[in-house]
Design a protein around this ligand. Structure first.
Ligand code: SAH
Ligand code: SF4
Ligand code: F3S
Length: 450
């Protein structure tokens, strides 16, 4: 029965955005010094963490079905923690509905996980922690971090001040807080020294990031464009990406960085949500459809090969057939390399939930199907256009088949090619031979194989 010599095990299940995936990684990092190793088997875990997402109703409800499953799967005495955005939004409602939950930890409090585990072990009843402490969380991020392969996410900003009327993020993640410039630079340096070649800077509104310029730079404030150019000078860093951007914060310096900094990858996730200016106004996006199209034109003028991806919502309150057609025509005009699309989901506490003109579910489903057919076509065509080109591929890991590696194109496409394992972590020219709906296949150019 004694477990004292064997390491404890933690199992984490993660939903939602890349920020949540990053948080999961950091939680595991905080638990390691306490003797926790990761297990894929929930039945073997001493601690189960559900890192949750509240963005749409379906995402939030998954937590409860998972909690139901864990009730019978978990081993005796295992503790269950609900972290992430459902934890923040629902707080004490969670243990009220699912008494097997021992801890509820909001996304700004997970750096206190070790302390909360100790408290949960001492006290009976559940432990609740949903304070907003972004600064303290950033401090906790400063613990050294182990790189996991040649690519890494780096948080530069948390929270959102935009208050789009459909969205829970400003409530679950709190106000926008930027991480200090020198800390971002130090983290990227440390990752590069461990073999990381590509960093993706993360933030809910990543292009709204502002930071104090490093001493001696002769500048006062840096924006994201300046930061990217600085990070590109770090030894070993070959690729830089950032996500997610808001059209309102796409400033000239950032657009220029796309023109001038080759290491900034020609791929930009720039969600618009709707092609109707009337709906954009109701969504509080603070720009028109024309503003967005003009912005895309300017970005493409700066970097002609840039691929644009986006997010769309269909069936926001007030969206009629004509407004939806405007979304279709904007989509045709932009010609997305990739785009996520969703049926509007009414989120408690957001202004959209109580607006007049809610759209019937079957109309939403029908519009979504039409939009997705168009987006699928655009994605396939974009993939097919790569056939016959030679693209620089960063190999990340072994592929599915023996002797094969998988990597990413500059446009974030998955690429498979026969290649020796020694090429993992290198950017190699690959002649693209075939395109599927979700990935490309190619052959490494002879000079690289030699
Ligand atoms: N910060 C990012 C996106 C955050 S959420 C941005 O501003 O673009 C990711 C996507 O989920 C959004 O872009 C939106 O398309 C979708 N989404 C957010 N709330 C939603 C809701 N209530 N119903 C349907 N989709 C939603
Ligand atoms: Fe949500 Fe809008 Fe903020 Fe994006 S910008 S996180 S969609 S409120
Ligand atoms: Fe979901 Fe929270 Fe991210 S609601 S999308 S996990 S910020």
């Amino acid at each position: 029965m004694s477990e004292t010599n064997s390491p404890r095990k933690v199992h984490v299940k993660t939903w939602g955005c890349q920020m949540n995936a990053y948080d999961t990684e950091r939680m595991i990092g905080l638990l390691r010094p306490l003797g926790y190793g990761v297990t894929e088997d929930p039945g073997a875990a001493d601690l189960l963490i559900l890192n949750t997402c509240h963005i749409r109703e379906k995402a939030a409800e998954k937590v409860y079905s998972e909690l139901g499953r864990l009730k019978s799967q978990r081993k005796d005495g295992a503790r269950i923690a609900v972290a992430g955005c459902v934890a923040q939004a629902e707080g004490a409602e969670i243990p009220a509905r699912a008494p097997q939950v021992d801890m509820v930890i909001g996304p700004q409090s997970y750096h206190r996980l070790p302390e909360l585990i100790a408290r949960a072990a001492r006290e009976r009843g559940e432990v609740l922690e949903t304070e907003f402490e972004a600064e303290a969380k950033f401090d906790a991020l400063e613990t050294p971090r182990e790189a996991d392969g040649p690519t890494a996410f780096v948080t530069v900003q948390e929270g959102c001040d935009k208050f789009c009327t459909f969205c829970v993020v400003p409530y679950t993640r709190g106000a926008e807080v930027g991480r200090a410039t020198d800390r971002i630079v130090a983290e990227v340096r440390a990752l590069a020294a461990q073999g990381v070649r590509e960093v993706t800077l993360l933030g809910q509104n990543v292009n709204a990031w502002r930071g104090t310029a490093p001493a001696g730079s002769g500048e006062e404030v840096w924006g994201l464009g300046r930061l990217c150019r600085h990070l590109a000078r770090i030894d070993g860093i070959e690729r830089i990406r950032f996500t997610t951007s808001h059209p309102r914060d796409m400033d000239d310096a950032l657009i220029e960085a796309f023109a001038e900094e080759e290491k900034l990858m020609p791929y930009l996730h720039l969600p618009v949500q709707s092609g109707s200016t009337r709906i954009l106004k109701a969504m509080n996006r603070q720009h028109t459809a024309e503003d967005y199209l003009r912005l895309i034109e300017r970005i493409r003028a700066a970097r002609p090969d840039i691929a644009i991806s986006g997010d769309m919502i269909v069936g926001f309150p007030g969206e009629d057939e004509a407004a939806f057609e405007e979304t279709m025509s904007l989509t045709r005009e932009v010609d997305y390399a990739a785009c996520y699309s969703f049926k509007y989901s009414r989120r408690p506490g957001t202004p959209g939930a109580t607006m007049r003109g809610q759209v019937a579910e079957d109309a939403k489903a029908e519009r979504l199907a039409r939009l997705q057919a168009l987006l699928d076509e655009q994605r396939h065509a974009f993939n097919a256009r790569q056939v016959g080109r030679t693209l620089p591929i960063l190999f990340e890991a072994r592929g599915r088949h023996e002797g094969q590696l998988k990597g990413r194109s500059p446009y974030l496409q998955s690429v498979h090619a026969e290649a020796p394992e020694a090429l993992i972590g290198q950017v190699v020219p690959v002649a693209i031979e075939r395109a599927g709906p979700n990935s490309l296949t190619g052959r490494i150019e002879c000079s690289a194989a030699a």
